[in-house]
Ligand binder design. Structure first.
Ligand SMILES: C[C@H](O)[C@H](C)C(=O)SCCNC(=O)CCNC(=O)[C@H](O)C(C)(C)COP(=O)([O-])OP(=O)([O-])OC[C@H]1O[C@@H](n2cnc3c(N)ncnc32)[C@H](O)[C@@H]1OP(=O)([O-])[O-]
Length: 666
């Protein structure tokens, strides 16, 4: 009888010698025991923890326990017999789903699947002892899973062909899920001992893969961001968050609705404010629908009652925190912050969902600038896990801590970032988009660029994303920034202030091609609002005419150049952000890009990717591209990148040392 609350192998030991006795021999010893061994599972039994439990003859789980084989999320596969025992116990289809997704199951689902034999609300150990007594003297032959033949689906090849196709599609280049399928296939087609050999072979190939390193780095990176710090010395462990019970959301457009839903679902009392009566009614209906759909999907109680609606900012007078989510217009936001500062009770935190604007300028409109931070959500706000918490120079540690904690309470991963144009995510996006546009001017097509990025692992290429979010969004920003100007000949200016600028997006917008919403953008769609992107001959002619008008000769651009120009420009900006102190470490940037911008998790994040490629190689390529395009500052390697490369390319976990001691020699 054994009591398990095991999270599996210690991931921190993967790079070194694993401590403790080897798992597989222990598993075989338990399974072969002559006396009944009953696993008592409380808390979690994950990875090696569940594999150990599967070697026992019976399993009793507490009703609150969670079980699973999450190795695939670390770039691995269950390496202690999990791929051989689980299909024998619950059948191939169910085992394949759990092993290739790594998802956890509740005790109830584990019982329903046949993973556990009993679920208890009592003490699991007491229940296991009682269970052991009830099976005393019974034969254990039928309880030794490793001795079972694996149930063989009738149409084995068809099952595995279908699963492999689906896994390859959803894996988008990740190798672990595909390898998991191969290991389970061995359970069906080979005797147990051979199947275990095959599992060990496949585990070894994954264990040393770059993708496993990336996923294990990311596992810790996503936890590291909660240990935030700011250049002014505020820290996660010395800043005390203030409790928030009631919050207001100002502006009920798409973002405001999603934020209201997130807050309500997390149990906050919400005052949702929209000054236009008609918009308020529309928002109320939309939010109700979102809450109902989500409650049904999660089987959770409806959270309608948590939201009160109003047309007046005065309704926010007694809240603890306000999230402003009105249209991205600084004058409008400043007016609202002035009013809120006068209306809200002293001590109310005033936050903005702005995606790029100056938090400190907003703070300057209030009587208590120390209570102002940014809470930058990502669309759709009630779905996306990322929250950028933006501190201005005057934001108090308490304000940052409160916003960070609020993000966690509503199920987000909060990342603290400094105040600059675009903060971290959108600031890095700018040079990335810029390179994609320049590549079109030089001869590439949107399809080619998107294909390269999707093969790298992004769910959508940059031009499909642009069509989805709407080309007019960026157009408005560029117009506000004074970038959309014709040159003396009436053609859109391609060089501004000595810097290359591509007006391609502006020209499409001038033709009303905003993307999916208008049925035309970088691609064509079967109707406005259509979702399926099709190559558009009009766009290709448009590019040809544009190049001819500007005397640009199209050249063949290979995939490697597309990838390097887009990703290294983005990475270079990441290093500049670290150098400027806008992000405290590379982990912050990597978590932002994986959770907010679809960077493939199995590549760790842009900064981890640069570490894997080699900083010297990234530097060399940027220098080459900058020589070819001296009017593109985004390709000029930043000094931190140069310093790290010159210092022997230290591993990513040592970069903070260099950043924190700017004059240090590595
Ligand atoms: C042979 C076998 O086939 C193979 C080879 C394996 O077995 S491979 C290993 C398989 N096992 C896993 O994949 C489980 C991974 N862990 C989790 O999924 C979660 O941790 C959790 C169990 C569901 C709890 O979540 P939580 O939200 O309550 O707390 P936390 O913040 O996540 O974790 C709290 C603290 O514990 C640390 N931690 C958790 N699990 C860890 C692990 N397996 N190794 C090392 N550290 C771990 C984590 O980094 C954090 O540290 P710090 O940040 O505080 O310094």
């Amino acid at each position: 009888m054994s009591c398990l609350c095991i999270t599996g192998a210690d991931i921190r030991e993967f790079g070194a010698k694993m401590s403790g006795p080897p798992l597989v021999p222990m598993i075989h010893m338990i399974e072969a025991a002559a006396k009944p061994v009953v696993a008592a599972i409380e808390g979690v039994a994950l990875g090696g923890g569940l594999e150990l439990a599967l070697s026992c003859h019976y399993r009793i789980a507490h009703s609150k326990a969670r079980l699973g084989l999450p190795e695939v999320t670390l770039g691995l596969l269950p390496g202690a017999g999990g791929t051989q025992r689980l299909p024998r116990l619950i059948g191939v289809p169910a085992a394949l789903e759990l092993i290739t997704t790594g998802r956890h199951v509740t005790a109830a689902e584990a019982l329903q699947l046949g993973i556990v034999d009993e679920v208890t609300d009592q003490n699991a150990v007491d229940a296991a002892v009682k269970f052991a007594q009830s099976v005393e003297g019974k034969s254990l032959d039928a309880r030794r899973i490793g001795t079972f033949p694996c149930p063989r689906p009738p149409d084995l090849d068809a099952v595995f062909e279908k699963v492999m196709k689906e896994v390859r599609r959803s894996a988008r280049g990740a190798i672990a899920p595909v390898t998991c399928v191969q290991a389970v296939h061995a359970a069906v087609t080979l005797p147990y001992a051979k199947g275990m050999e095959r599992e060990r072979e496949l585990f070894s190939t994954l264990f040393t893969s770059g993708q496993a390193r990336a996923l294990q780095y990311y596992f810790f990176a996503q936890r590291a961001v909660s240990r935030w710090s700011t250049p002014s010395g505020a820290r996660w462990d010395t800043s005390k968050p203030r409790p928030v019970r009631k919050a207001a959301v100002i502006g009920l457009g798409t973002m405001g609705r999603g934020i209201s839903v997130s807050l309500a679902q997390a149990g906050f009392s919400v005052v949702a404010v929209e000054t236009q009566e008609k918009q308020l009614l529309e928002a109320k209906q939309a939010v109700s629908g979102m809450l109902e759909r989500d409650a049904k999907r999660r089987g959770a109680p409806l959270a309608h009652g948590n939201i009160k609606y109003s047309c007046s900012l005065k309704a926010a007078a007694d809240v603890d925190l306000v999230i402003e989510a009105v249209f991205e217009d600084m004058a409008l936001k400043k007016a609202i912050f002035r009013q809120l500062s006068a209306i809200c009770k002293p001590g109310t935190f005033l936050c903005s969902n702005t995606s790029a604007l100056d938090i400190d300028e907003l703070a300057s409109q209030t009587q208590s600038p120390e209570l102002v931070v940014g809470m930058h959500f990502f669309a759709p706000a009630h779905v996306m896990k990322l929250l950028e918490v933006v501190y201005g120079p005057r934001s108090s540690p308490e304000a940052v801590a409160t916003a960070m904690q609020m993000g966690k309470k509503i199920g987000k991963v909060s990342v603290a970032v400094g105040n600059c144009r675009g903060f971290v995510g959108n600031r890095m996006l700018k040079p990335y988009l810029e390179q994609a546009f320049f590549l079109l001017e030089e001869g590439a097509t949107p399809e080619q660029v998107d294909q390269v990025l999707e093969e790298f692992g992004f769910p959508m290429g940059v031009f499909k994303v642009s069509d989805l979010s709407g080309l007019d969004v960026g157009w408005k920003v560029r117009k506000a920034d004074g970038l959309v100007v014709p040159d003396s000949t009436g053609k859109s200016a391609r060089i501004q202030g000595g810097r290359r600028y591509s007006p391609l997006g502006d020209l499409l917008c001038e033709q009303g091609r905003f993307g999916q919403k208008t049925g035309r953008g970088w691609y064509q769609y079967d109707k406005p609002g259509g979702r399926v992107a099709k190559s558009d001959p009009w766009l290709h002619r448009f590019l040809e005419e544009y190049r001819a008008r500007h005397g640009l000769v199209a050249r063949r651009i290979d995939q490697q150049e597309v990838l390097e120009r887009c990703l290294y420009a983005l990475i270079n900006e990441g290093f500049q952000i670290l150098q400027d102190g806008i992000a405290a470490g590379p982990e912050d940037i990597d978590v932002i890009y994986v959770l907010g911008y679809g960077w493939p998790r199995h590549r760790g994040g842009p900064m981890f990717f640069a570490d894997m490629v080699g900083l010297d190689k990234v530097l060399d390529r940027l220098e080459r591209y900058h020589q070819l395009h001296p009017d593109v500052p985004g390709l000029k390697p930043c000094s931190l990148l140069r310093k790290l490369a010159a210092g022997g390319c230290p591993p990513i976990h040592r970069w903070r040392e260099v950043i924190q001691k700017p004059h240090s020699q590595l």
